[in-house]
Design a protein around this ligand. Structure first.
Ligand code: HEC
Length: 175
């Protein structure tokens, strides 16, 4: 590395002030310590992102928030995950559309997502009670994973109240 080779060579016979010797050694140690910390943090972060991906796949988020996911038996390219669905869910509550979470998470800081995820009660069939029951680590993992794959797709259609008829395809609940 450039930093290492650019240290002035210590002349053999000259009496070198202690600091001249200590300083490069100290720098080397400090750099090693920093690199070790950064490495550990990087690993932790990667593990959290990976856990978020696991949750998206196993806790059902993809089933509704990724277009065509269930029909394709989960074989949807990850670049399209969580981009929201234009198939509506119609029932006594009106018609809802599973939110584009790739855009949604961009509107949240980690803190505001944590607060929201603990208290929100979106309309059916969103299983918000499952999200309320998640640990902080799970919620942070979801957030970090979704932010790591970045924004994509378009917003889904707006909620249609019960007294109005949705225009596109819907799954109809009894009631
Ligand atoms: C059965 C389908 C279904 C599943 C499973 C599902 N969602 Fe949803 N989700 C929806 C629908 C529909 C909406 C829109 C609700 C509305 O318009 O009020 C929604 C909305 C949301 C919102 C936006 C809430 C808001 O206040 O605007 C978030 C965040 C969300 N879902 C996260 C998740 C996460 C995380 C998972 C996985 C743990 C998940 N959802 C699983 C259907 C689902």
């Amino acid at each position: 590395m450039a930093a290492r080779t650019s240290h002035p060579a210590v002349p053999g016979k000259t009496k070198v002030p202690t600091m001249r010797l200590v300083s490069p050694l100290f720098q080397a140690l400090a750099l090693t310590a920093f690199a070790a910390t950064a490495h550990a943090a990087g690993d932790g972060d990667r593990a959290l992102v990976e856990h978020g991906r696991y949750l998206v796949q196993t806790a059902g988020c993809n089933d509704c928030h990724t277009p065509g996911y269930a029909a394709a038996q989960g074989r949807v390219s990850e670049k399209d995950w969580l981009t929201g669905d234009h198939v509506g869910w119609s029932g006594p509550w009106g018609t809802t559309y599973a939110t584009n979470l790739r855009l949604y998470m961009m509107q949240h800081s980690e803190d505001s997502w944590l607060r929201t995820a603990r208290t929100f009660t979106p309309r059916p069939p969103m299983p918000w009670f499952n999200v309320h029951a998640m640990s902080d680590r799970d919620l942070v993992a979801l957030y970090r994973y979704i932010r790591s794959i970045g924004p994509a797709g378009e917003p889904v259609p707006a909620f249609v109240p019960p007294d109005q008829t949705p225009t596109g395809p819907v799954v109809r609940f009894p009631g």
